[in-house]
Design a protein. Structure first.
Length: 181
C-alpha cells in the first residue's frame, strides 16, 4: 500500500513539474528535466562513511547484546514461574505475574530507548555527510537546470528503468572529490 501511494505521489509530482510553469504564464507546458542519482552509492563512497558505519555497527551490536541479556533474564524468570506456579498460592501467583509483566514492560521500554538512542546516533554520524551530499546534488541540479533529481536508491519509488544518460551519480562523485571538506 505504501509503495502504491509513493508511486502515485511521484507521478503527480512529475506531472505538476512539467505543467506548473505553463499554467502560471498561460503558455504551452514545457517538459521538466529530471535527473537520477544513486545517493546511497555516493554516500557509501564518501570519506568517513566506512568509519561511521563501523562505529554505528559496534553500537548496534552493543545494544542488541544488552536487549538479549535482558530478554534471557526475563525468559528465565518466566520459565521459573511456570514451573512453580502450581505450588504458589493464588495471591503469590498473581503477585509473581504482575512482577513478570512489570519486567516485560521495563524490557520493552529499555528496548525502545536503545532504538531511539541508536537512531539519534545514526543521524549524528551521517547527517554531516548527507548535508554535504545534498548540497552537491542541489548544485548540479541548478547547473543542469533540472526540475528534480530522483534518488534511485530510495525505497518505495518503484522506478523500473530510466535513461542512463540522465544519471548524474558520476558527476556527483566527481564534484564530491573536488569539493573541499
Amino acid at each position: 500500500m505504501k509503495a502504491v501511494v509513493t508511486r502515485v505521489i511521484m507521478a503527480l509530482v512529475l506531472v505538476l513539474v512539467s505543467v506548473a510553469p505553463a499554467s502560471v504564464v498561460g503558455q504551452a507546458p514545457a517538459p521538466g528535466r529530471v535527473a537520477f542519482v544513486n545517493a546511497r552509492a555516493v554516500l557509501q563512497g564518501m570519506p568517513g562513511y566506512a568509519q561511521a558505519e563501523s562505529t554505528f555497527a559496534k553500537e548496534v551490536d552493543a545494544g542488541q547484546v544488552e536487549v538479549a541479556r535482558l530478554q534471557a533474564a526475563l525468559d528465565s524468570a518466566v520459565a521459573d514461574f511456570q514451573q512453580q506456579q502450581v505450588m504458589l498460592s493464588p495471591s503469590n501467583r498473581s503477585a509473581k505475574q504482575k512482577e513478570l509483566e512489570g519486567r516485560n514492560q521495563a524490557l520493552q521500554q529499555r528496548s525502545n530507548a536503545i532504538r531511539q538512542r541508536l537512531a539519534a546516533r545514526e543521524e549524528e554520524l551521517l547527517s554531516p555527510m548527507q548535508e554535504r551530499l545534498t548540497a552537491i546534488i542541489e548544485g548540479i541540479r541548478a547547473e543542469g537546470n533540472y526540475s528534480m533529481v530522483i534518488d534511485v536508491s530510495a525505497q518505495g519509488l518503484g522506478i523500473v528503468t530510466f535513461d542512463k544518460a540522465l544519471d548524474i551519480t558520476q558527476r556527483v562523485i566527481q564534484r564530491l572529490a573536488q569539493a573541499p571538506n
